[in-house]
Design a protein around this ligand. Structure first.
Ligand code: ZN
Ligand code: ZN
Length: 335
């Protein structure tokens, strides 16, 4: 099969012919329809996530949709050619986190495209049909980013739902791929006023189209001063020193800061570094059940995906554009 292979850290991907693995007992072979290109793929390519990828060469791709091609012995519950989304947060299946249905938090993670070969290829082997969610009538290609770019902010937004009552404000820092889903989810699931902090003009227009009440630049000191300590919930989808400082500054007393972005920034923490009793937490992926909920929102038209389909051979140009922040929507690689 054709696959985009990472030969070395920081190197361009290479299109190679690699063998298709037959599905073993309980496994399922999925023919990839689309694989979303994600900011975390850049972190993996750069070797910025310690110990990952586990070996080289490596096949990236954790935002995968496709069709059931073949079921291994004993695997069931899905039919041949059925369109599916692949839940990527694979765990060991037996630890306490996995038993609670929080496989993305497994102590022995085996995530698609991160710990196990991913979907920048014509086929992926999925260890169990429990990682599949039926796509129904949703378009498989444009649905690929739902599996992470929408799932991750969905979990983050859910952490803040009880605080986002009428009259409150939610802030989204970063209106790229994840931020555009976060904004829609806040609009759909809460009555909160939504303020977006984003440097790029291109993303300002999209954020306003998607229903943001206000969009401002991170260097708009006057506006930030007015908004100080006003947000019941801040979602930081960037995660550098500057975005975390903004998040801490805007969170209201007793508010919640949810860090999602993996840019590696730090937040100095002392008694008065935030308003009183602000809670700071991370949010990591989502569960298979949360993915089913995201797919239901998309199927009912309450969550839309802006995607560019790119042939797998165009992956390096798409990576260059993603690094430059010059993409209005999510790239979906089509093998
Ligand atoms: Zn992703
Ligand atoms: Zn586990």
């Amino acid at each position: 099969m054709r696959a985009a292979v990472l030969p070395d850290l920081k190197a361009p991907l290479e299109i190679r012919d690699v063998p298709v693995t037959e599905p073993g007992p309980g496994e399922v072979l999925v023919r990839v329809a689309g694989a979303g290109l994600c900011g975390s793929d850049l972190h993996l390519m750069d070797g910025a996530l310690s110990g990952l990828p586990p070996r080289l060469p490596w096949i990236l791709g954790h935002e995968v949709t496709g069709y059931v091609e073949a079921l291994g012995p004993g695997a069931g519950g899905f039919g041949h050619e059925q369109p599916v989304a692949v839940f990527a947060g694979w765990g060991c299946g037996v630890c306490d986190e996995c038993a609670r249905g929080e496989e993305q938090l497994c102590i022995r993670p085996q995530s698609l495209g991160v710990h196990r070969p991913g979907g920048f290829a014509e086929y992926v082997v999925v260890p169990s049909t429990r990682h599949l969610v039926a796509l129904g009538d949703l378009d498989p290609v444009s649905s690929a980013p739902l599996t992470d770019a929408a799932l991750t902010p969905y979990r983050a937004v859910r952490k803040g739902l009880s605080r986002l009552v009428p009259g409150t404000t939610a802030v989204v820092i970063g209106a790229g791929g994840l931020g555009q889903y976060a904004l829609q989810l806040l609009r759909t699931l809460t009555p909160a006023r939504v303020v977006v902090v984003e440097p790029l003009r291109l993303h300002h227009d999209i954020a306003l189209e998607l229903g943001a009440d206000r969009v401002l630049r991170p260097d708009d000191e006057e506006s930030l001063r007015q908004l100080k300590c006003s947000a019941a919930v801040v979602l930081d989808l960037v995660g550098n020193d500057s975005s975390l400082a903004t998040a801490a500054r805007l969170a209201a007393r007793g508010g919640l800061v949810v860090l999602v972005g993996m840019a590696g920034g730090t937040l100095p923490f002392r008694f008065s570094s935030t308003a009183s009793e602000v809670v700071v937490t991370t949010s990591h992926g989502g569960t298979r059940q949360e993915l089913a909920e995201v797919i239901d929102l998309a199927a009912s038209g309450r969550l839309t995906s802006r995607t560019h389909e790119v042939d797998l051979a165009g992956v390096n140009a798409a990576i260059t554009d993603l690094r430059a922040g010059e993409l209005a929507g999510r790239v979906v690689l089509v093998p």
